[in-house]
Design a protein around this ligand. Structure first.
Ligand code: ADP
Ligand code: MG
Length: 239
């Protein structure tokens, strides 16, 4: 049987620059996998390939045994959260979370029920009527998270969602994200260049370098048994 999400020999070239270089990766349903690596190592490009925002130059990506490559991005059941919030400024919290549900033509009662669940999940019940400009950066990211999870996507992709937040808020939100992963059982692919964050959040960490995955393993085994100096240096045990 194939994995839930299977990435096979995927490459992405921009003109003559290689952003992702022959990556293969299997992800199980419900896993929290983090792409960790320095800036420019291809982490975001691989997320965009999975989301369908880029087409691979080579290779295949399949979900539950079916290739995603002929499925347009808006037909892929994938949620995305970016570093900078992408909330709709004139809509309040409720309307922002409801937006993808309305696009999917959910009936009104089902939307109401789901909104209540999502506001509770991200603990924003008291802020339902506020506009994005009336929220802190952390609250805005919670709304983005609720919006991305509302339609129960098969995979949630997060690209450095906490990078713009200060340290305390970042740590609060890391705990929230872990709790939400536990409670929802969502399959999450998470991009960061922050080792500590990767170690806190992930079931497995894929260490990226120059468009390739150097090693993929649990944080503990990367730390104890790095395959090379790059991995050792990047996850902190370079002695
Ligand atoms: P990361 O997310 O790890 O910082 P990226 O995936 O954004 O890295 O980028 C990997 C490489 O691909 C970088 O060298 C970057 O400049 C290049 N790249 C990414 N997107 C594009 C694009 N749309 N056009 C040209 N080059 C790109
Ligand atoms: Mg990036």
């Amino acid at each position: 049987m194939s994995a839930f999400l299977s990435i096979r020999g995927v490459a992405k070239r921009f003109h003559d620059a290689v952003a992702v270089n022959d990556v293969s990766l299997d992800i199980e349903k419900g896993e929290f996998v983090t792409f960790l690596g320095p800036s420019g190592s291809g982490k975001s490009t691989l997320l965009y390939l999975i989301a369908g925002l880029h087409e691979p130059s080579e290779g295949d990506i399949s979900l539950q045994g079916k290739s995603l490559l002929d499925v347009p991005p808006n037909k892929r059941n994938i949620g995305m959260v970016f570093q900078r919030y992408t909330l709709i400024p004139h809509m309040n919290v409720t309307e922002n979370i409801a937006f993808p549900l309305k696009v999917r033509r959910w009936p009104r009662e089902r939307i109401e029920k789901r909104l209540a669940e999502m506001l509770a999940l991200v603990r924003l019940e008291k802020f339902a009527g506020r506009k994005p400009s009336e929220l802190s950066g952390g609250q805005q990211q919670r709304v983005a998270l609720a919006r991305a999870l509302a339609y129960d996507p098969e995979i949630l992709l997060m690209d450095e969602p906490l990078a713009a937040l200060d340290k305390r808020l970042k740590e609060d939100l890391q705990l929230e994200i872990r709790r939400i992963h536990r409670e929802t059982g969502a399959t999450i692919l998470y991009v960061t260049h922050d080792q500590e964050e990767a170690l806190r959040l992930s079931d497995r960490i894929a260490v990226f370098n120059h468009g390739r995955i150097e090693q993929i393993a649990s944080g503990a085994s990367l730390y104890d048994n790095p395959v090379n100096r790059f991995v050792a240096g990047f996850v902190g045990n370079s002695n």
